[in-house]
Design a protein around this ligand. Sequence first.
Ligand SMILES: [Ca+2]
Ligand SMILES: [Ca+2]
Ligand SMILES: [Ca+2]
Length: 243
Amino acid sequence: MLRRGAASALAIGIVTLTASCGGGGGTTPTPTAANHAPAFTSAASASVVENSDGVAYTATATDADGDPVAITISGGTDANAFDLTDGDLTFVSRPDFERPDDANGDNIYNVTLTASDGKGGKTSLAVSVEVTNDHEGVNLSKIADGFGTDAVIAARTDKSGLIVISQDGSVHQVDAATGTVSDIGNVFKAGETGRVLAVADFNRYGVAMLDIASRGVIVRSVPLLDSLNQYTIDAQMAAPSTM
Ligand SMILES: [Ca+2]
Ligand SMILES: [Ca+2]
Ligand SMILES: [Ca+2]
């Protein structure tokens, strides 16, 4: 059994031996601090309206050690759909809602990003970018009403507006900008009845095709308000063929 004094002497001997093994420096090595992996600070999802060529998502990350963080595309089923520059994710081709190009065609594009600190610390984030619909093409808006059922309509060919002929033969000229309706006459003459089949506007010349009972189909001019001249057609009949 060692006495207290002997134990202390033994401990001192071990410390002295350890220090002397380090080459005589005489100091204790400072332990290396553990590296921390970067952490993403941006969300895991984003949405963008179709046909956009702008930034769809911006990736951001921090590192607890202050290391510079590099973010790259590292995977995901739709990785090839994206480019990544300085954390900004953009589509390689403008996304088309009606023709989705993601793997399962649901307009949700999946990509995995990885943030690296250059010291072996890495963190990945699965990001989904949803492409939403834009209502492209024709936009409809109501500019006038009250023309009855089965009215026939023609767009003005050299100005904004419409020609509308109701089935009672009344002719209306509609200003698209204001919705103002001007009643400009009737394609049926006194005593005529029938159907209005079509109306057309050719550079401010209006023409209506009418089915008049007992007379067959005729073409008749429509006197538009802004016409300098009118077709001379008044009632040219297309008679039924006997063939
Ligand atoms: Ca780090
Ligand atoms: Ca998808
Ligand atoms: Ca669309």
